[in-house]
Design a protein around this ligand. Structure first.
Ligand code: MG
Length: 229
């Protein structure tokens, strides 16, 4: 006896295969074997990964995804800079870090959170923070930047998107970010209501070059990816 596995799905004309099954009520384990036994020719044709065999309820969900068209994936980037000024702490990605200077800005000047917020707005083609929270509006003076991030995240959800991941890079010589990176990750994940493993916060110096290298300010870049559904 030869065992073989024919690719699925398999197609038969209903009257023939039904008649074959009725003629072999016992021992019919495979449509192809049965058709061959009845003398019907069986051919193997070029298949398609998208031509799913629908057997279980879960197969309908898979098929729906395929038939519903390509996934809608959006990427956005954000970049922000804030200068150092008088102060004894900075806010970075929602964490207060003691420092010998503060960051100058209309809000709390959380440069990392601003870059991340702009990345989400960018993925949605929704401009930037300034468009949604104009600096000319005094109500945002000294505002906690999580208001902006929450707004961008909510907007993404309203549009039917979920955040697949975000990656923030802070660029500065000081303060040292490493010891605070996991607290930042946890804070951002809480504000955005996504798993911490989807949020990355890292840092680099610019090798003492440029304005960040001279310690004049902090820059941040961020990427966010959104998936519909
Ligand atoms: Mg800013």
């Amino acid at each position: 006896m030869t065992d073989f596995i024919a690719p699925r799905p398999r197609s038969f004309r209903l009257p023939e295969i039904l008649a074959a099954h009725r003629a072999h009520p016992k021992g019919a384990t495979d449509d192809v074997a049965l058709a061959l036994k009845m003398g019907h020719p069986v051919a193997i044709t070029e298949g398609s990964e998208d031509n799913l065999k629908i057997t279980w309820p879960g197969d309908f969900t898979r098929a729906e995804k395929l038939l519903g068209g390509a996934m809608d994936i959006r990427l956005g980037n954000g970049f922000d800079v804030h200068a150092f000024g008088p102060g004894d702490h900075v806010w970075l990605c929602g964490i207060r870090i003691p420092h010998d200077a503060g960051l100058v800005g209309h809000s709390d000047a959380d440069v990392g959170m601003h870059a991340l917020t702009d990345a989400i707005y960018g993925a949605l083609a929704e401009g930037d923070i300034g468009r949604h929270f104009p600096p000319s509006d005094s109500q945002w003076k000294g505002a906690a930047s999580e208001i902006f991030l929450r707004h961008a995240t909510d907007l993404a959800r309203e549009r039917g998107f979920r955040l697949a991941n975000a990656d923030v890079t802070l660029i500065c010589e000081k303060p040292k970010i490493g010891p605070h990176a996991s607290a930042m990750q946890a804070r951002l994940s809480g504000i955005m209501r996504v798993e911490a493993e989807r949020i990355s916060v890292k840092a680099t110096t610019s090798e003492r070059l440029g304005f960040t290298g001279r310690g004049e300010g902090i820059a941040a870049i961020a990427t966010a990816s959104l998936i519909k559904g």
